[in-house]
Design a protein around this ligand. Sequence first.
Ligand SMILES: NC(=O)c1ccc[n+]([C@@H]2O[C@H](COP(=O)([O-])OP(=O)(O)OC[C@H]3O[C@@H](n4cnc5c(N)ncnc54)[C@H](OP(=O)(O)O)[C@@H]3O)[C@@H](O)[C@H]2O)c1
Length: 321
Amino acid sequence: MSPNSFDWLNKDVHLFVVIVGFICLLYLSLKYCWLCFYACKTFVYGRWRKIDLLSHYGEYVVITGATDGIGLEFAKQFAQNGHSIVALGRNESKLKNVKAMIEPLLFDGRNVITVQADLNSTDTTIYQRVAEQLRPFKDRIAILINNAGVGTGKPDEFLNISEQEILTNIHVNIIGVLMVTRAVLPFMTENRKGLIINVSSMAAYRPVPFGACYSASKKFVQYFGSAIRYEYKKYNIHVQTLYPSFVATKMAEWSTFGKADSVLTPTTYEYVKSVMGTIGRSNDTSGYWSHAIFGTLSMLLPSDLYNVIADYTKTVITIKR
Ligand SMILES: NC(=O)c1ccc[n+]([C@@H]2O[C@H](COP(=O)([O-])OP(=O)(O)OC[C@H]3O[C@@H](n4cnc5c(N)ncnc54)[C@H](OP(=O)(O)O)[C@@H]3O)[C@@H](O)[C@H]2O)c1
């Protein structure tokens, strides 16, 4: 056989490799162009031209975990937007403070109502009581923010997390979301409109070693939100899931990222202001531009590398006490 008898094959293989390479390049270019366009639409256009949530959804915004952090900031910014607020919290004296803080921000004729409910409970009658307290203004219930959540503190192996912490995680992060939604959603289906915002976490993007319980509980929130988004679309009810990375609140205090002193850690004000622009523009969003970049990059890492980085950084980003 002459040395050149496979030349035709070499040419075809060459052409094949060039075509496949071109298609891959085109796919990746289109994908990243789309991501950039989507990011601009969500974080730039959304902030510039906010949707009028008051006329779109209605008056009352029910917020769980409204006594601190992100939930308290949601209460303030929705009140300044002309909404009435229902603040759910476990601590009566913190709820009184919330009322005092929100009242001066309200528009004329608007209201702030506080509802005491400890979501770390196996007593499901608390959710019936929540529904009862909302019933007098049921036709004006517009938005539910399932925000209350707990972490398991600094990253650690699963067996080092106490039984109590595990159960609290499940009660507040999972059962609380399900049962509060179950209490509020019937009013929205009756009204034939509504918005539910579920606060998950970037920890739901992929399994987080040394944060197994929290990460899995937030994945639950993601799946639940995506499923009911489809189920209740016909009632004109929208469901958005938020996946924040670090926001400067007491939940993030264990970490060197817990203070708002870097571009990766916004204050609650900056974070919620940015989220307000994403409402109606993105069903699933981190809510903040630098979190979106961080999240996209972290998704590109192969699992083994991601796990090694998580293992290494857990000690570096944990504040030693
Ligand atoms: N901060 C972050 O870096 C970060 C990152 C990703 C996701 N998130 C998520 O964002 C959400 C808000 O967290 P945050 O950062 O604002 O934390 P936070 O400052 O600790 O606030 C959490 C809120 O949930 C309430 N809460 C806790 N346990 C409760 C219970 N058993 N019953 C009723 N309410 C309860 C708290 O009430 P008290 O005021 O009584 O404590 C507080 O109002 C959570 O779902 C969290 O998982 C936060």
